[in-house]
Structures are given as structure tokens and as C-alpha cells.
Design a protein around this ligand. Structure first.
Ligand code: UT7
Length: 341
């Protein structure tokens, strides 16, 4: 086994047990919405969107294509790569802020659609940080020998909660899903550590205020647009950079490594300027930083999951490489994970 880092898990009781990602997969809808298309919808320009965010286009799900459909397609690709059948899956965790409906969980719809009849299923709500939260939760079941195979998915149909008349937010988001199969693997450390954090005091910076128990859907709440996503972009930006940098540093510190040992850094894809600021402060090289934001915009919980799949399938990451995922989102929430791929 690689000895260029410390495995923080060795300090706990999970002796001889690791949690690796056996397969990844992603799916984005076919429909592309470009910046030029948005110029016809709201008072904006391709120049503004590109220079302030780095986004050129995003994918939009069809009216009859739900978060669980995107999640299912990503899951089937991850299962294929891992060589795992639906019957083998013990648990399905879906990270999403755009579930098919408030109840039941989107994970239950995915369970049915992939035919994983044995699997337990539940959703996690940690907004854009959801995929790392879900990885960390899923890992606990593998390390404790409770389950052998866990399917973790980040999936969003953000187009369903975007106010398409608000230029401050509608240019930023897109739809998609990414999935990973977690299993114990011999001779691999797998997921070495995951830092998770939250600050509920700043919940107002990014939220969907309506549709829950605080503000149930009524004709008034809908006409006031309470069911749309709202964001204080500037404050969110500042918090994102600080939280992502400190989470990434903490994750590397736990493994006794510095940034030079990381083959690929996969940051949450919200804004190119956030990615650049995080990269500057972590002292990454341009080759280390993975970016696909220009193609998909911010896909929230799906963001790093899609990026991980693309990094793996483009050959940017090989087995044995160390990778760093780092995320930030509503809550506020944040996280970072070091993985021996
Ligand atoms: O995934 C969770 C985490 N999400 C994030 O981390 C997102 C964080 N925030 C951001 O990415 C950026 O703050 C934004 C991209 C949302 C905004 O960029 P900014 O540099 O912070 O711009 P701003 O909010 O300060 O707005 C600057 C100006 C405003 O006009 P005035 O008030 O200066 O006249 C906006 O009205 O740009 C205007 N503006 C636009 N103009 C053209 C805002 N949106 C648009 C637009 N097109 N789409």
C-alpha cells in the first residue's frame, strides 16, 4: 500500500476495512441552454456571464424528466463501471435539494427504477455539499461491515426551482447527476478522510424559503416566488472561498500531505472566480484543478460527482492517485475529502 500519506482511519476500529469508489457515472440532460439563449430571456449578456462566472452553457432536464431519472441514469453507469448488479446494492443515498417531491425520498424512486429491491434508501440534504456528506455517511456503513455495496448519488433538477425572470440566479444553475459505488477493496485506502462543516447562522444567504413547514405552499407564497432559490451572491462567494480552503487544508493535514501530493483537485463548480481563488490559496497548478463549469454551470449536489466521473473517464486520474474533492453550499455547508483513487 502507498506509504506517502497517513490513513486517518487506521486510528479507529475499522481494522482491515477500507471504502473505495469501485465505479463512477454521470448523466446530464440533452437540452443545452447557452448564454446566448439567456440573453433572450433576461437582461444579461454572454460577456457578463462568462467574465463573472465562467459559465458558457448549462443542461436543462425535460418537463417529464425528474431528479430521480437523472440519478438513475448516472447510477446505472456507475454500476456498469463497478460491475455491480442492482441486487448487490445494500443502500442508496441521494444527495439533492431538488427531490422529485417532498415525500417520499428520491432515493426510493431510484431504488425502484434501478430494481435494487434489497436496498435501503434515503436522501441527504446538504445542498451543494451533499455529495461529500453522502460519501462520508455511505462510507460508515462499509467500514463498519454493515453493508458491502453502497450507491451514492448527487442529483439535481435545479431548473425546477430557478426563477427564470431573475438574472441574479437564473444564469448560474443547471441540471445533472453523478453517482459512485462504494465497496471495500483490498490493497487500497480509498476514502481517506472527509471533513464536513456547517454554519446555520448564515442560512439566509442561500435558500428556498417556501414549500416547507415554515412557509407551506399557498397561492400567496407561490405568487410571492417563495418556492424559488434565492442567493446573496457576494456574501456567499466570500464564505465559499474561506470555507473551501480551510476544509481542504484540514483534510490534507489529517493525511499528513500537502497539495503537491494531490494529482487532481475537484472543487465545487459554482464560479470560475471561486475556483481560481481556492486554487491560488491552496497553491494548485492549473493541471491539478479540474473544471467543467463552463459546460454545466452549478449543478449543486451533482457538481463534484459529475466532475469526478469526467476526470476519471478522461484519464486524468489513475488508480493509486490521491484526489481532493472540496465543496460548499447552502446551510451554509462545506466539506473536503481526500481519496486514494
Ligand atoms: O453553489 C453554492 C455556492 N454558490 C456560490 O458560491 C455562488 C457565489 N456567488 C457568485 O458566484 C457571484 O457572487 C455571482 C456570480 C452570483 C455574482 O457576481 P458578483 O461579482 O458578486 O456580482 P454582483 O452580485 O455584485 O452584481 C454586480 C452587478 C449588479 O449590478 P449593479 O447593482 O452593480 O448595478 C447586478 O445587478 O451585476 C448585475 N448582475 C447582472 N448583470 C448582467 C447580476 N446578474 C447579472 C446578469 N447579467 N446575469
Amino acid at each position: 500500500m502507498n506509504k506517502h500519506f497517513t490513513n486517518p482511519r487506521a486510528k479507529n476500529n475499522f481494522v482491515g476495512r477500507t471504502c473505495s469508489i469501485a465505479g463512477v457515472g454521470s448523466y446530464v440532460p440533452d437540452k443545452i441552454l447557452t448564454n446566448a439563449d439567456l440573453e433572450k430571456m433576461v437582461e444579461t449578456t454572454d460577456e457578463w456571464i462568462t467574465s463573472r462566472t465562467g459559465i458558457k452553457e448549462r443542461r436543462i432536464a425535460a418537463a417529464n424528466e425528474f431528479t430521480s431519472d437523472l440519478a438513475t441514469k448516472a447510477a446505472e453507469r456507475a454500476m456498469k463501471m463497478a460491475g455491480v448488479t442492482a441486487e448487490q446494492i445494500d443502500l442508496i443515498i441521494v444527495a439533492t435539494l431538488t427531490p422529485d417531491m417532498p415525500c417520499p425520498s428520491t432515493a426510493c424512486f431510484v431504488q425502484h427504477k434501478i430494481g435494487a429491491a434489497r436496498a435501503a434508501a434515503f436522501d441527504i440534504g446538504a445542498a451543494c455539499s451533499g455529495f461529500i456528506y453522502a460519501l462520508e455517511v455511505g462510507q460508515q456503513f462499509i467500514l463498519s461491515r454493515t453493508y458491502e455495496t453502497v450507491l451514492v448519488i448527487g442529483a439535481e433538477k435545479l431548473s425546477s426551482i430557478v426563477n427564470w425572470t431573475d438574472r441574479n440566479t437564473c444564469v448560474l444553475f443547471g441540471d445533472g447527476a453523478g453517482a459512485a459505488i462504494l465497496q471495500h477493496r483490498e490493497n487500497s485506502h480509498g476514502l481517506l478522510t472527509a471533513v464536513m462543516g456547517a454554519d446555520g447562522n448564515k442560512a439566509d444567504l442561500l435558500s428556498v424559503p417556501g414549500g416547507g413547514s415554515k412557509c407551506p405552499a399557498t397561492p400567496e407564497s407561490v405568487s410571492a416566488g417563495m418556492h424559488y432559490l434565492r442567493m446573496d451572491g457576494k456574501e456567499t462567494f466570500k464564505n465559499a472561498v474561506n470555507a473551501m480552503v480551510s476544509a481542504a487544508n484540514e483534510a490534507m493535514r489529517r493525511c499528513d500531505i500537502d497539495i503537491t501530493k494531490i494529482k487532481c483537485v475537484i472543487p465545487h463548480q459554482a464560479n470560475q472566480r471561486i475556483i481560481d481563488a481556492v486554487g491560488d490559496r491552496l497553491k494548485t497548478t492549473p493541471e491539478q484543478l479540474f473544471v467543467n463549469l463552463h459546460k454545466y454551470g452549478n449543478t449543486s449536489a451533482a457538481s463534484v460527482a459529475i466532475a469526478l466521473d469526467e476526470a476519471v473517464n478522461s484519464g486524468k486520474i489513475s488508480r493509486g492517485d490521491l484526489i481532493l474533492l472540496v465543496v460548499f453550499g447552502a446551510g451554509l455547508t462545506w466539506g473536503a475529502a481526500v481519496i486514494e483513487w
